[in-house]
Design a protein around this ligand. Sequence first.
Ligand code: ATP
Length: 288
Amino acid sequence: MARLNCVTVLAPAKLNLALDVVGLLPSGYHDLDMTMQAITLYERVVLRRSPYLNLRLPGSLVAPNNKNTAIKAALAFFDYTGLLAGVDITIYKNTPVRAGMAGGSTDAASTMFGVNRLFGLNLSMGKMMELGVRLGADVPYCVMRGTALAEGIGEKLTRITPVPHMWILIAKPQINVSTRLVYEQLDMGGIQKHPDIDGIIRAIEAQDVVRIAQSMGNVLENVTVPLYPVIETIKQDMLSHGAINAMMSGSGPTVFGIFPDEQTTLACQAFLKKKGDARQVYITENFN
Ligand code: ATP
C-alpha cells in the first residue's frame, strides 16, 4: 500500500437517546445504561506525518496543550505500539464544548483511528477502545460510533440496530456544565422516573421514529434542569414548534429535539435563533 502523508477523519459528536443511572460501582463511578447515537455534527481531524507532536485548533477556544484529548490519544497510541514517530494534528472543531456531546472524546477516538491509518498499523477497533477508555469513558463509544447500548461507565458496548433516519435539532444555551458536578449532585433515591431502555431498543428495532422519540429519557435532567431552567425553556420551545420529543443530552446543557420532517426542523431552528436562549443551534441527522 502507498505511504500516506496525510489522513483526514470526520469525528462525529454523540447524543444519548436514553441515559439511566442504575447504581454505584465499587470504583465510586456511577453504573450507567445508555443508548448512544452518533450525529452528523463533525469535527474535522487532519493528521500529517511530522518529526514532532503538534496540535492546532484553528478558531477554537480550547487550549492546544498536553491535556488535550487528541494529544493524549496520540501519545497512548505511540506508547502502546512502540512507534517512534510524530504527527501534526489539526482539529477544526464544530461540536460545542462542555455540552454533553463528547467533543473531546470524539477527537481522541478519531486521532487514534487516523494515526492508525496514517502509519498503516492495523490496530484493531477493540484495542483502540481499550486504549481509549483510559482517556475518557465516552472514547470507546466514539471509536465504535453508530447506534449502541453502553453500560458500566460507558465502556461496555453492544452494537444495536441502527436508528432510522431522524431530523435532529441541537440547541446549546450559553452555559457550560461540569459533568463531574452533575454526577456528584445526583440523588439516586430521588429519581422518580427511569427511562425504559428495553422499550427504546424495541422501538429502534421496529424502526419507529415516533416511538423512539417518545421513549427517550435522561435521569441527569433531575440535576441539570433545576440548576439551569433555560434547558426546560428550550425543551418546551421545541415541543411547541413541532418536535415529537425533546431532551437534554448527557449531563447537559445541550437540548436536542426529534422532528417529523426537515421543514418543521428548519422553522424551529429559525425560532430558537431569533429568540436567543441558545446561540448554537444546528440541524443534524443520525450518523450510522
Ligand atoms: P462529554 O459529553 O464527554 O461529557 P463534554 O461535551 O462535556 O463531553 P468536552 O467538550 O468534550 O466535554 O470537553 C470538556 C473540557 O475538556 C473542555 O473544557 C476542555 O478544556 C477539555 N478538552 C480537552 N481536550 C479537548 C478537546 N479535544 N476538545 C474539547 N475539549 C477538550
